[in-house]
Ligand binder design. Structure first.
Ligand code: ASP
Length: 594
């Protein structure tokens, strides 16, 4: 097959009269007894092939047999189509390949779903025959664009002096916070490797080693419950830099991500740099969430003082008990009905643990709504001033603990932004959220954990609070947020052993445990560690944002389903008992899955 290949999507009118050999799959076939018309498809497009029984009887016989998805080699001459046969919808629509020879390279069974159309097909079936799904136009495009994005990221990172260094896949578990995938060791029975949740400690060791600008498109594995934008394995752009502060890390990424974004012609066009920055505190106050969607306003406003002394007992008592009250002003919210608000909008607030959702409308004849009568004129003015409400607007309010108020109004804000079309779908807002809290308390266990990871540097102004008030300590951790979705996080790291020890103590990790879990890192730091910081961001999520798809499986060649299975290879799968014995493992009968 050493003939020069003509890709199906390439020939244009100028190629008329030249010979061509095309390879591809049968996309459609029209056999009228005489002439046979075949649409031959490869990843570049579709070429119409015409086979005349008189000109090429053998080719005609082959084409007569051919069915959808058969693989053919067709040789012939590119000809101009008659004007009435030109297909303006197809890039090759002015020409056709007049076959002199047609060879069947492979036959194909009838595919379980159409490959030649982008019809809705149940995802499990698509995953079962992923190779056919990938052959379809949409996933071909997605995966090709993803590859381009990765190539461009690599190019852009190298351009500014970053070195790609591979780190191991079989490692000792790192404290990244999620559950590990474990790999049993055959040589050390009872011992396990972990698959990396990220190359965190290795990249920090690269800094000690003097590779001052490291990056990797790193494959990471976390055994977590899956969501639409989460897979058990994913790829991240992972970076680490020495002798830097936040500005340097941001600048490197503000070079690489926009370059790759533009090369891929992603949604939103050229990204404006530098990306805006907002502190975590500001994000929580104004947007209610730590990953604000800044494409639209609808900000949260503090109404605690405005309603503190009001006759609306629910608010007054809540405030007296330490709660806060906040509100959002829905512009033109006059069209929100009582049942909209008391129905699905209240459900959204309740899902975020709020007890209820209060509302008032500002109408030409004054404030209205069941609770308006409990506020005096000055209080209503204060609510109006704080929220910027004008006639025709509706103010939605929640009273509760700050975390609940933020979560409820933040969720409502995102919902209303979407359903009321408050932003342009093609707009892409990237921003840095900085100064995340150092620690957070787990809702389930009540224990204090690292909000990012234990190697994250403490905000210098909060060092003295480490022991007395750890939950109010800010860190030097930052996230990159795109249109309300977190796509990556990083931090400036701790390199001072005393601070590291205090942070570990706040996390309840004593010296012995620290030595056991990551003593190698602490030891390495004793041999001259440069100050450093880094970041890692999901390639899958960035490509999703760039393409505007909501499903992470649309940008991964061979993803897992929602149960973390791969239906095509049927993994995970039981293994041969002999393999288990060799690893010194046995399966407890009660734990065997059906
Ligand atoms: N290792 C972190 C993560 O994977 C990123 C970082 O701190 O650089 O989220």
């Amino acid at each position: 097959m050493s003939t020069t290949r003509t890709y199906c999507g390439m020939p244009r009118a100028a190629a008329a009269g030249t010979n061509a050999t095309a390879f591809g799959w049968v996309d459609r076939r029209r056999d009228h007894g005489g002439l046979i018309f075949l649409d031959l498809r490869d990843h570049t497009g579709i070429l119409q092939v015409v086979i005349d029984p008189n000109e090429a009887p053998e080719a005609h016989r082959a084409a007569h047999e051919a069915r959808l998805e058969w693989v053919l080699r067709v040789e012939g001459e590119i000809r101009l189509r008659a004007p009435e046969n030109v297909n303006p919808k197809r890039e090759t629509g002015e020409v056709e390949l007049r076959a002199s020879a047609c060879t069947v390279l492979a036959i194909a069974k009838t595919p379980p779903f159409p490959v030649n159309e982008d019809t809705e097909v149940e995802e499990q079936l698509r995953l079962r025959h992923r190779y056919l799904d990938l052959r379809r136009t949409r996933l071909q495009r997605n995966l090709r664009v993803r590859a381009r994005f990765c190539t461009e990221l690599r190019r852009a990172m190298s351009e500014i002096g970053f070195l790609e260094i591979e780190t191991p896949q079989l490692i000792r578990a790192t404290p990244e916070g999620a559950r590990d995938y474990l790999v049993p060791s055959r040589l050390f029975l009872g011992s396990f490797y972990a698959l990396p949740q990220s190359p965190q400690l290795y990249k920090q060791l690269c800094m000690v080693a003097g590779f001052d600008r490291y990056f990797q498109l790193a494959h990471c594995m976390r055994d977590e419950d899956l969501r639409a934008d989460r897979q058990p394995e994913f790829t991240q752009l992972d970076i680490e830099m020495s002798f830097v502060d936040e500005d340097d890390v941001f600048a490197a990424l503000e070079h690489a991500i926009p370059s790759a974004w533009e090369a891929c012609d992603f949604r939103g066009g050229r990204l404006t740099v530098p990306f805006p920055r907002i502190t975590w505190r500001e994000a929580m106050d104004r947007y209610g969430v730590d990953k604000p969607d800044t494409r639209f306003e609808l900000l949260l406003n503090d109404l605690t003082d405005a309603v503190r002394g009001s006759g609306f007992r629910v608010f007054a008592e809540a405030v007296a008990g330490g709660a806060i009250v906040k509100g959002i002003c829905v512009k033109g919210g006059d069209d929100l009905t009582r049942s909209d608000i008391e129905g699905h909008l209240t459900e959204i607030a309740r899902a975020a643990k709020a007890r209820g959702l209060a509302y008032i409308w500002k109408r030409a004849d004054g404030w209205q709504g069941g609770i308006a009568k409990f506020f005096n004129a000055a209080e209503l003015d204060a609510i109006g001033d704080a929220t910027g409400a004008e006639v025709g607007d509706c103010v939605l309010m929640v009273a509760d603990r700050p975390a609940v108020v933020g979560a409820a109004l933040g969720a409502l804000r995102n919902h209303l932004g979407r359903v009321r079309g408050l932003y342009d779908e093609d707009r892409v807002d990237m921003l840095w959220v900085t100064e995340f809290p150092m620690f957070e308390r787990s809702e389930e266990t009540g224990e204090i954990g690292a909000a990012h990871h234990p190697f994250t540097m403490v905000h210098v102004d909060d060092l003295e609070l480490l022991e007395s008030d750890p939950l109010s300590v800010r860190s030097r951790a930052y996230d990159l947020v795109v249109n309300g979705r977190e796509i990556g996080s990083g931090s400036i790291r701790i390199t001072d052993p005393e601070i590291q020890q205090r942070v570990l103590a706040a996390l309840g990790i004593d010296a012995a445990e620290a030595r056991r879990k990551f003593g190698f890192l602490l030891e390495a730091f004793e041999y001259g560690v440069p100050p450093h910081g880094g970041w890692a961001g999901g390639i899958d999520r960035m490509v999703m944002e760039g393409l505007g798809t909501e499903n992470i499986r649309d940008v991964i060649a061979f993803p897992k389903n929602q149960q973390a299975q791969e239906p095509m290879t049927e993994s995970p799968a039981p293994v041969d008992p002999a393999q288990l014995r060799e690893l010194g493992l046995g399966i407890l009968p009660t734990q065997r899955t059906p």
